[in-house]
Design a protein around this ligand. Structure first.
Ligand SMILES: Cc1cc2nc3c(=O)[nH]c(=O)nc-3n(C[C@H](O)[C@H](O)[C@H](O)COP(=O)(O)OP(=O)(O)OC[C@H]3O[C@@H](n4cnc5c(N)ncnc54)[C@H](O)[C@@H]3O)c2cc1C
Length: 356
């Protein structure tokens, strides 16, 4: 290997020259994997006027930034961007290439994988590495989410995966961190493009909550019984300064809009506290919220799957427990921290985890 070959690459995802959080999450993941295998992390940054992002990438774990900064790369053009990434991969030969499972990542990754004749695992929820062979172990829901499959595609390189936003954790920023920049010209490939960009429109986000910034998410499921139950959750969420989420059962019943759905076919979230109210915790829901810092579940059924993964499992009727929590919060004026004593253990014993 030369000193640039075999690196772990993260393809940066930008909107209006701003970095999306999924890129820092992927850098954190790539940095952890690279340590196990003694490799470097590269961020590949394409755009026009994007040089200001380089120090951010260093701060979040990139050793090297491969920068293609060119007016021809203004806006997103999948054919041109994919062609450039393919050229860069052939030149620098990374071992792994990760992208977000975002609109941009989902448009680019298949084009790149086909051009390079390598594998691609989409929508991963977990990544690990075999330090000896370098095989990327790519975990994702399979068979409609009824099981989690771990996939290897290490017969052709690079090993490619897309990862949903909110699944991985970004590293804590390293203040003043610096690294290397490798500048490459964009060698304008406009002529390659068979499609033309006429206009760019940001899709409407009706009913969607700003989950990305939320410290608290109060999510409701079928157990909230109807729109009135969701009004209660909404009141509770605003007391906490949080936002409301929903299971698919609640969305299908019309109690909450699709933009609020959390899970495999909805959004992936990782708030400080996820409060699941009347949600059973099927795997398709769990994959969307399992990276939350703390999970509190309120459920009448002590054996519901969510009660086993919750840090605090409250057995009872949500329509009695939530108003009581709100009453106590008003009384103590201490926010949610006034209601619970934090637990520090990582015990997996469900009975130990249950509280009242
Ligand atoms: C391909 C595929 C994709 C899917 N994608 C998603 C997805 O993105 N997100 C998602 O959420 N689901 C998804 N699902 C559906 C998923 O399998 C479950 O059906 C769904 O998550 C169940 O929602 P729920 O927990 O609200 O309902 P239920 O499973 O019916 O659970 C309701 C819970 O409420 C409790 N309860 C009832 N009354 C009360 C009360 N008064 N107080 C407290 N607790 C009470 C019950 O004990 C029960 O545990 C998907 C399924 C498939 C096949």
């Amino acid at each position: 290997l030369t000193d640039y070959e075999g690196a772990f690459w993260v393809l940066c995802d930008l909107v209006d020259r701003n970095l999306l959080p999924v890129t820092t999450e992927l850098l954190g993941c790539a940095a952890n994997l690279a340590t196990k295998r003694g490799r470097k992390v590269w961020a590949i940054l394409l755009g026009s006027g994007v040089g200001h992002i380089v120090p951010i990438l260093w701060k979040y774990g990139a050793d090297t930034v491969l920068l293609l900064d060119d007016p021809a790369l203004d806006g997103f053009h999948d054919e041109i961007h994919a062609d450039l990434v393919v050229r860069m991969v052939k030149r620098y030969r990374p071992e792994i290439l990760l992208t977000g499972a975002t609109a941009v990542g989902r448009a680019l990754a298949p084009r790149i994988a086909i051009a390079l004749n390598c594998g691609l695992t989409a929508d991963c929820t977990g990544l690990d590495i075999d330090p000896e062979s370098g095989a990327l172990l790519q975990t994702r829901p399979a068979f409609g989410g009824s099981l989690m499959a771990t996939i290897r595609s290490d017969r052709a390189f690079p090993q490619m995966a897309t990862v949903r936003p909110g699944v991985m954790k970004a590293l804590s920023p390293r203040p003043g961190a610096s690294g290397t920049v490798v500048r490459e010209s964009a060698e304008t490939t406009m002529a390659l493009a068979e499609s033309k960009r006429l206009e760019e429109r940001v899709p409407g986000s009706e009913g969607a909550n700003n989950f990305g910034n939320a410290s608290f998410i109060v999510a409701g499921g079928r157990g909230m019984k109807g729109a009135a139950g969701f009004r209660l959750l909404s009141e509770f969420a605003s007391m906490l300064g949080g936002v409301v989420g929903a299971s698919r059962a609640a969305v299908d019943a019309g109690w909450a809009p699709f933009g609020m759905q959390i899970g495999q076919t909805g959004r992936t979230v990782q708030p400080r506290i996820y409060l699941a109210c009347g949600i059973s915790g099927q795997i398709q829901h769990m994959v969307g919220m399992q990276s939350s810092d703390r999970i509190i579940a309120i459920n009448r059924d002590p054996d519901a799957p969510i009660m086993k993964m919750a840090d605090l499992a409250i057995v009872g009727d949500a329509f009695e427990i939530i108003p009581e929590m709100m009453r106590q919060m008003r009384q103590t004026r201490n926010g949610i921290s006034g209601l619970f004593t934090e637990r520090n253990d990582n015990s997996s014993n469900a009975d130990e985890k249950r509280g009242t």
